[in-house]
Write a protein that binds this ligand. Structure first.
Ligand SMILES: Cc1ncc(COP(=O)(O)O)c(C=O)c1O
Length: 395
């Protein structure tokens, strides 16, 4: 998979020895710039934009997210609790929760915390109708019920990241949608893009509209999910704004977008250190960054993260992590300086999805979390993890 991010931005002048290793460093100024772009689209289009916590949930910057966006979208009870505690509690910010399948015991709390509770199938709505009716009876619990549909229009490059791939479990196939399925439902949701431009969204809507047109008069809102690479420099933002204004005017629905990656695009790096070097048919270096523990998408997607200051010419070294996994390999890089033990380096664009997916497999330490403001040069260690963080998840 090709990643089209990887702009070093202000990190080009960040001294990597200012932080411990490994460390995520998030640039507050870049985050603000991304949020300002999203808020501008929101304002010009007259829609609402929620930040997807699944992609980036460094709650230390929750207030910053709240300064720009309308709230957050969450994936279940724990993210909804985090949203209520840090992102939206009593502030008028919205929480939209979608889960591929809810557990009955979680639902009353999710209904209390969320403004939109979005289901993956009409079957779940029906099964939990009693719980939902009871939750709606409480004055403190005001929520809309939504249904995620599968537009049955694939735009994804990689099946693993394509919710419209054949036999996908995500979203109710729109060709099966009937009036009875929308009993009590006031919004439709779809999420079918991944790091994509405007054209795939437009084509998806064109394919979807004839199939949902007859249901629109009974709906209050439409949520077009995430996967919109809006904050990438060459994204077609004017076309998106015109499209969203048009859809809103024609459908009479409030329109929501819930980008995750776009919020934190190019806003963070992962700093590591070379621990050892040797040779096996090519130069090798073992580092304190593990693909499997710290950047699992490198293996899962798979993709090759961009390196800060990577040179175009020279001998490539294969970088791998300290774990036992033979496949704990990050990739082949011509490093800024010849690799030697103790040398620092950094991978670009690691604030989204890497930070939320880390594990301590093999007892590999979790990266620290630092906040840097490239405009003021403020640098603060937000969190350092220790042995107890590893131990306490295991027994
Ligand atoms: C339902 C839903 N909404 C929003 C997002 C955020 O997508 P992205 O980070 O690609 O913008 C995702 C990502 O998987 C998702 O599943």
């Amino acid at each position: 998979m090709e990643t089209r991010a990887g702009d070093p931005g202000a990190f080009a002048r960040f001294d990597l020895s200012r932080v411990d290793s490994p460390s995520f460093v998030v640039d507050l100024a870049r985050l603000r710039a991304n949020l300002a772009v999203l808020a501008d689209v929101r304002d010009r289009a007259g829609i609402k934009v929620l930040a997807a916590l699944k992609a980036f949930s460094m709650w230390r910057v929750a207030d910053t997210v709240g300064e720009y966006l309308d709230g957050v979208c969450t994936s279940g009870l724990w993210e909804a609790l985090l949203a209520a505690e840090h992102y939206a509690g009593g502030t008028g910010k919205e929480i939209a929760t979608y889960c591929a399948a809810y557990k009955g015991e979680d639902l009353p709390e999710i209904c209390r915390l969320s403004d939109h509770v979005i289901f993956n199938s009409p079957g779940q709505i029906e099964r939990f109708r009693g719980v939902l009716d009871q939750a709606a009876g409480h004055a403190y619990s005001v929520f809309d019920i939504g249904l995620r549909i599968n537009p049955l229009h694939a735009e994804g490059e990689v099946p693993r990241y394509d919710p419209c791939a054949p036999h996908s479990r995500l979203g109710f196939p729109v060709d099966q949608l009937e009036d009875a399925h929308l009993d009590g439902v006031t919004g439709l949701h779809f999420h079918s893009l991944c790091e994509q431009d405007f054209a795939p969204l437009y084509r998806t809507w064109e394919a979807l509209l004839p199939r949902i047109e007859r249901f629109l008069p009974r709906l209050k809102w439409l949520n077009f999910g995430g996967g919109h690479h809006i904050t990438r420099a060459d994204y077609q933002r004017d076309a998106l704004v015109a499209f969203l204004r048009d859809v809103k005017a024609r459908t009479g629905c409030e329109i929501y977008l819930e980008p995750g990656e776009a919020v934190a695009l190019d806003a963070g790096i992962l700093v590591g250190t070379v621990l050892d070097t040797h040779w096996n048919g090519m130069p090798l270096a073992i580092t304190d960054i593990s693909a499997t523990c710290h950047m699992p998408d490198v293996i899962e997607a798979p993709y090759r993260p961009a390196m800060l200051g990577e040179r175009e010419d020279g001998e490539a070294v294969r970088l791998g992590g300290p774990s036992c996994l033979a496949g704990d390999v990050i990739g082949d890089y011509v490093m800024p300086d010849a690799p030697a033990p103790g040398q620092r380096f950094a991978f670009l664009d690691q604030a989204h999805y890497s930070m939320v997916k880390t594990t301590t497999f093999n007892g590999v330490p979790l990266p620290s979390i630092w906040l840097w403001d490239s405009e003021t040069d403020m640098l603060e260690q937000v969190r350092k993890f220790g042995y107890a963080d590893f131990r306490d998840r295991l027994s």
